[in-house]
Every structure is written in structure tokens, then in C-alpha cells.
Design a protein around this ligand. Structure first.
Ligand SMILES: Cc1ncc(COP(=O)(O)O)c(C=O)c1O
Length: 451
């Protein structure tokens, strides 16, 4: 087995090194992309850069500019880009066998064992794992089938502010209207209840009441849902942490109504929030969790669902997909988990996340344009409003550009696009956190000065 290099050794550097961006080579590739790639391409519109290579929490463009990566492929590179311990296993496996459908391999069974071990609450040790298509959306599709198959019902309940993916079933659960426009109707009998956006008991109780009514009110309007789909902390919705007791309340409603509680851990999973799963913060046992994003370790795509063994009622072929046996991604996923364990990265994410939130809170104390700094671990949101207290997406875009020009890549979130989303790799060093947050805080201050 390879050695596991310390997190300090994983990166190009502790600090960014950026000339004028976009540089000439980036410009040329960006122009070519506009000519021949899809009109659906989105990220380079906000961050005009062509990528060359990446290590740890640093990423380099084709002109040799080095950035601190504070969005990690939107929560994919939890153990950093090109983690040598992960890559070694992945490469070795690539040379042996890659595509195995669902025949047993050591890679598959070792990853399943590990996921069963770290699964939240009572899922640990009492669960099965299913792989399907390689994306998060595919894992969500699997969870919809699981809930329908086990309840015989077809209605689904999700939340306002939710993002669960872009395939038809997952898109039905997603709340963002912009993603659905032109593609509805999708699945029928899907309802969205309010997600508690303020951490108060009153907000929590109102939200739970609305969910309960969807099941128990004889004039609730739709068939009883087969399941409740919830992000333990909403990502795309703005890194929204629900009040204590919300997930437990959902657990009780699901139990009272013979529905499944499905917690979408696609963005919050595998250490992102300082626990293995977002569910762990709320002491809840879901019936199933979905995961993808960081599960492949190095960015290779793989989606999975861990579900309680009592729901393992499918016949052979009950949930399938050609790419459900991507062994290099399976080895990578196992090695990423081992790396997180060996380097105590859950505690590290908690510490560094707290430090970063502290830095952003300091800035928020001297402006009324930041109304909230929130999150858990290295899943952080900073919410902005304009002078009249309305959500301000433009200020977030400008801050993003300012950070980019000074060497830090940050992304946005929020129903109105007014939340700065900071989700760096868990291997971000303390020094990188200091340097990066200096740049982000200066970016915020310099943009707000112009307001
Ligand atoms: C919480 C959550 N669920 C589902 C998805 C969909 O995953 P994918 O884009 O891999 O289909 C995402 C993607 O951002 C997500 O954040």
C-alpha cells in the first residue's frame, strides 16, 4: 500500500499566483468553446478560465495561473485534486479491470463494506448498497424507485429550495423553476413543502406541520407520498442549515405514515460538513441516503444509494445501469474514505470551517449587506442583500469575479443567487484558509465599497 502523504504536501502551493486573467491561452480555448461546445455550458460564463491541471486545493489554468480552489468541483474533490493515495489505487485498478457491471469484485465489496460501516445512525451495519448510473441524479432516480416499490404509492414530497438533480424524476423533486421551465409536466403528484430557512422552533414546527398535512389532511390534494426527500443542509438552495429537530420531525412523520425518509447526501456526504454525513449532525436514521459527487475519490463518476436492509425487496434487475461497476471509481472512493480517516479530516473540516466562518462573520459585523454566515464544516454560505434588504445576486457575481482575479475560485448558491458558496477540499491547509479568506474578505469589502 502506498504511503498517505500529509495534506501539506498535496498542493502546488499555499498561495495563489495569478497574472492577468483570463490569459491568452484561456481566451483562445474559451473562444473555441463558444464556437463548437453547447450553448448549455455555464461555469466559464462566470469564471472565464481554461483548466490545465490541479493538485490538492489548487488548480492551474492553461496560462500557468494558480488558484486556490474554494469550490472543489462543487463538492466533488473532498480529498483534493489528484490525491496521490487515491490515484495510485485508481490507476492500478484501471490496469486490471474497469467495467464490471455488477459482478463481484474486491473493489466493489470493500467499498460497500466501508459505506455500511460509516452510514448514519441505524443504517450502519444494517444496510445494503445499490449502484446504478454514475451521477447523483441517477442515485435519486434509484431512491424514487425504492420508495415506490416498497410502499406501492407514487406521490413524492420534497422541499422548496431543493436541488436533487436534472433527470426527469430527480428534476421533479428539484424546486428550482429555472431548471424545469419548458420540461413540465414531469412526475405527477410531487409536492414541495416549505424548508425552514430560519433556525427557530416556530419555523421548524410550521414546516413540519405543512409536511404532516400533506399526508394526513383528507383534503391535502395529492396521493400520500411514498417518501420524503430532504437535503440535511440545502446546498444549491443557499447552504441552509435547518433548525434542530427538523429531520427528527420528518423521521416521525414518515414513520407515522409508512413513508420512506430519503436524505440526499450527494453534496453533504463523505466529510463535507465535518461528519461523514449531514444526517449525523441531526442524529437521525434515514431509510436511505443518496451519494455521488465525491464518492469516486478522484472525480471519477459513481452514484450510490445506501438503504436499510428491510427495503431490499427488489427482484434481480430492480435497479440497474450499464455503468454500475466502475471499479477504478470504487477503489478511489474507498481510498478517499481511508485518507479522510487517516488524516482526521472530519475534525480538520470542522476546525477550518469554523475559522472561515469566523473570518466572514468579522466582515459581516461592519456591513448590513451580509445578513447571514452559516454552514457546517467546509460547507459555508454567506448571504448578501442590497440596500433595501432584498437578495442581491449581482454583488455575489462581482465578488466572485474579484476573487477570481485575485486567485480564489468561489461559487454561488441561494434561491436568488445571493449566497456566496464556499466548499473547498477538506485537505485545505490552515495557511491556505488564511490566505484564501484574506482574498475573499478583501474582495467582499472592495465590492461593497462601490455600493
Ligand atoms: C444535493 C444534490 N442532489 C443531487 C444532485 C445531482 O447530482 P448530479 O449533478 O451528479 O446528477 C446535486 C448536484 O449538485 C446535489 O447537490
Amino acid at each position: 500500500m502506498a504511503s498517505m502523504p500529509n495534506i501539506d504536501t498535496l498542493h502546488f502551493s499555499e498561495e495563489p499566483n495569478v497574472d492577468t486573467v483570463p490569459g491568452p491561452k484561456s481566451r483562445s480555448l474559451l473562444d473555441q468553446q463558444v464556437e463548437i461546445d453547447s450553448a448549455a455550458v455555464a461555469y466559464p460564463k462566470r469564471i472565464p478560465i481554461a483548466l490545465e491541471e490541479a493538485k490538492g486545493a489548487t488548480i492551474r489554468d492553461v496560462d500557468g495561473n494558480t488558484f486556490l480552489d474554494f469550490f472543489a468541483g462543487i463538492g466533488v474533490l473532498n480529498v483534493g485534486h489528484s490525491n496521490p493515495y487515491v490515484l495510485e489505487g485508481t490507476r492500478e485498478q484501471l490496469g486490471k479491470i474497469t467495467h464490471t457491471i455488477d459482478f463481484p469484485t474486491e473493489a466493489r465489496l470493500d467499498l460497500i463494506e466501508k459505506l455500511r460501516e460509516i452510514a448514519p445512525g441505524g443504517l450502519a451495519g444494517s444496510s445494503n448498497v445499490v449502484f446504478g448510473g454514475p451521477s447523483g441524479s441517477d442515485a435519486i432516480e434509484g431512491s424514487i424507485k425504492l420508495a415506490k416499490h416498497n410502499t406501492g404509492r407514487h406521490g413524492l414530497l420534497a422541499f422548496e429550495g431543493a436541488y436533487h438533480g436534472a433527470t426527469s424524476g430527480a428534476l421533479s423533486l428539484t424546486a428550482g423553476k429555472k431548471y424545469k421551465k419548458g420540461y413540465t409536466p414531469l412526475l405527477s403528484d410531487v409536492v414541495h413543502a416549505p424548508y425552514p430557512t430560519v433556525p427557530t422552533e416556530q419555523e421548524r414546527d410550521q414546516a413540519l406541520k405543512a409536511v404532516r398535512q400533506k399526508f394526513e389532511d383528507p383534503y391535502g390534494g395529492t396521493e400520500d407520498p411514498a417518501g420524503i426527500w430532504v437535503e440535511p443542509i440545502q446546498g444549491e438552495g443557499g447552504v441552509v442549515v435547518p433548525p434542530e429537530g427538523f429531520l427528527k420531525g420528518l423521521r416521525k412523520i414518515a414513520d407515522d405514515n409508512d413513508a420512506l425518509l430519503i436524505v440526499d447526501e450527494i453534496q453533504t456526504g463523505l466529510g463535507r460538513t465535518g461528519e461523514w454525513f449531514g444526517s449525523d449532525h441531526f442524529d437521525v436514521t434515514p431509510d436511505a441516503i443518496t451519494m455521488a459527487k465525491s464518492l469516486g475519490g478522484s472525480g471519477l463518476p459513481i452514484g450510490a444509494m445506501v438503504y436499510h436492509e428491510k427495503f431490499d425487496t427488489w427482484d434481480a434487475g430492480g435497479h440497474i445501469g450499464t455503468f454500475r461497476g466502475n471499479t477504478p471509481a470504487m477503489v478511489g472512493g474507498l481510498r478517499a474514505i481511508e485518507y479522510i480517516e487517516a488524516h482526521d479530516l472530519l475534525a480538520h473540516a470542522t476546525d477550518v470551517g469554523e475559522y472561515l466562518r469566523g473570518r466572514f462573520r468579522e466582515v459581516s459585523e461592519v456591513t448590513d449587506r451580509i445578513v447571514d454566515v452559516r454552514g457546517r464544516g467546509l460547507f459555508i454560505g454567506v448571504e448578501f442583500v442590497d440596500e433595501s434588504g432584498e437578495p442581491d445576486a449581482n454583488v455575489v457575481k462581482e465578488i466572485q469575479t474579484e476573487c477570481f482575479e485575485n486567485g480564489v475560485l468561489v461559487w454561488s448558491a441561494g434561491r436568488y443567487g445571493n449566497v456566496l458558496r464556499i466548499i473547498p477540499p477538506l485537505v485545505l491547509t490552515k495557511k491556505q484558509a488564511e490566505v484564501g479568506s484574506d482574498i475573499v474578505c478583501e474582495g467582499i469589502q472592495s465590492v461593497l465599497k462601490t455600493r
